[in-house]
Design a protein around this ligand. Structure first.
Ligand code: PMP
Length: 279
């Protein structure tokens, strides 16, 4: 398949970078994942705005501007010929002698690839996911979409080792997020989520879910959520570019609510599908 590397489209096998790249050496970079449906971008503006925020947060300069990214990503998807796809974008601080401080006169390493997107199917939608809780052991800048993902990798493996699909992480007893997803709690017809802060990555689906809650008449409140509230939820939902919105039907080995996907999920799921169909 074709990938983009530093201004050129090349075959994946021909895309090579230096071992001194600061992404490889320090995890010094940021990334994005943008979904495409039927060859059309979904919420790309939000993704590119977040990319810009991530770059500013870690002070990487000299990357393409939003318009250039937009054209580049569309070009890559067109070249791939894929209908439903996920575009991965990564920017690292570049190649330099191994010193922790920012190097002078370095240009960022730019990389993009596109993969087929197998959307969550009927089985996942009807059975839902399983999740287990664990302490959030990550750093204090989770709002940056950093490629330094060791905490998230270990969290996901914790789920896998427990035979579950995802983890719900808790910081000082309060829900933060999944290993690569945002989490939504439904109680008595109302939806709750942890507020936007440095402790979570604000998913592009965070704002989308607020819109879909409005559209479906689901009252929504962003506020801190305790472990007990999660354990007593009527429904738990997970969102990300690749999971879209899915129900968590089992948490810490116990059924969530009825143990079946609930009515708020059904309404939001339908609204999400309509948003995709409207592209
Ligand atoms: N939190 C984390 C830690 C993530 O990795 C992701 C996936 N990018 C999300 C939340 C959800 O973000 P989005 O809706 O933009 O996919």
């Amino acid at each position: 398949s074709i990938v983009y590397l530093n201004g050129e489209f090349v075959r994946l096998g021909d895309a090579k970078i230096s071992v001194l790249d600061r992404g490889f050496i320090f995890g010094d970079g940021i990334y994005e994942v943008v979904p495409f449906y039927r060859g059309k971008p979904f919420r790309m503006d939000g993704h590119l705005a977040r990319l810009k925020r991530s770059l500013a947060a870690i002070r990487i300069e000299g990357a393409p501007d939003t318009q250039e990214w937009d054209a580049l990503v569309r070009d890559l998807v067109k070249r791939s010929g894929l209908e439903d796809s996920l575009v991965y974008l990564q920017v690292t601080r570049g190649v330099a002698k191994r010193e922790h401080g920012f190097p002078d006169n370095v240009s960022p390493t730019l990389f993009a690839m596109v993969s087929p997107f197998r959307r969550p199917g009927a089985q996942q939608r009807s059975q839902g996911m399983t999740a287990v809780g664990m302490p959030d052991e990550r750093w204090l800048h989770c709002e940056i979409k950093s490629i330094s993902l060791l905490g998230n990798v270990l969290a996901k493996q914790h789920a896998t080792d427990a035979g579950a699909d995802e983890v719900l992480q808790f910081r000082d007893g309060y829900l933060s997020e999944g290993s690569s997803s945002n989490i939504w709690v439904i109680k008595e017809g109302k939806m709750y989520a942890p507020p936007r802060s440095n402790l979570i990555l604000e998913g592009i689906r965070y704002g989308l879910m607020e819109e879909l809650a409005q559209e479906t008449g689901t009252p929504f409140q962003a506020r801190p959520i305790t472990q007990d509230e999660v354990a007593a939820a009527d429904e738990l939902l997970v969102t990300s570019a690749s999971k879209e919105v899915l129900p968590i039907t089992q948490y810490n080995g116990k059924p969530v609510g009825s143990g079946r996907p609930g009515p708020v999920y059904a309404a939001l799921r339908a609204a999400y599908d309509r948003a995709i169909d409207a592209l």
